[in-house]
Design a protein around this ligand. Sequence first.
Ligand SMILES: C[S@@+](CC[C@H](N)C(=O)[O-])C[C@H]1O[C@@H](n2cnc3c(N)ncnc32)[C@H](O)[C@@H]1O
Length: 285
Amino acid sequence: MNTELIQIRDNQRNSWNSFSGGWNKWDDFTMRFLKEQGQCIIDELSLKPTDKVLDIASGTGEPGLTIAATIRNGGSVIATDLSEQMLEIAEVKASAMALDNFSVEVADACELPFEDNTFDAISCRLGFMFFPDMQLAAREMMRVLKPGGVLVTTVWAEPEKNAWITTIMGALKKHLDLPAPEPQKPGLFRCAAGGFLTSLFSELGFSGATEKTIAGIMNCDSADEYWNFMNDVVPPVVSALKNTSQQIQNQIKQDVINVFEDKAAKAMAQTPYAARLFTVRKPNQ
Ligand SMILES: C[S@@+](CC[C@H](N)C(=O)[O-])C[C@H]1O[C@@H](n2cnc3c(N)ncnc32)[C@H](O)[C@@H]1O
């Protein structure tokens, strides 16, 4: 990787390490929010009881932990992530679940420290859009998959279908001059376009991928809960607010509260989300 990509990776590692405390604090809420995406990944993997599974960008452990619990009589999971502090939380959760078939390893998805043809299945929930070089990561994933093995990932779908984040981003944009996202840099909607991942993998020679859209609700009890969650867990929100005066922050928060209190915008206030569920198989040789 060139120096620019290495810089992107190092920034990602530092950022996710610094957000690990927020992810730990909001673990129940976040895992409830993302549970269905994890379950869709697991269903799509069609695991066998003895499978060796790699969970990439595992963060605080999901969906790797749930997979390990599902195949605990013979199968195993290695959870990898760039952030050692996110993985430390995953290890604590694995101990609490008494899982002895789950281990963690710090690794960049673009440089996986595994032999070719090692894993029966790969899961990756909401990681792809943060990789410095997504094509390199895709190549690495397919390299470490066994022939016939399957990779399933989710990424956020278009912003219009993700009020869970556009509610606050809309308020931020009203008050702040935010730079437009750069497609070559990590971002929540970097893989959102329909067919994006299909093209990326077909350029590497892997055809026959499928994409489905899955949708759900975040379920926030109040504007305060939403605001606090966003400020503890979601990096682009925190970086936008970092150098903003308290007065402007208060105005932005008030705008968010107004959305939640506006009965006509109730559907939006319930903060729906949509994600793409992407599946690709490595051909049998
Ligand atoms: C949104 S979190 C998802 C965590 C977990 N899969 C989940 O769904 O709860 C994104 C994760 O991607 C990880 N990540 C970012 N860049 C990465 C890279 N190049 N290689 C591996 N993991 C990376 C971050 O450290 C972070 O833990």
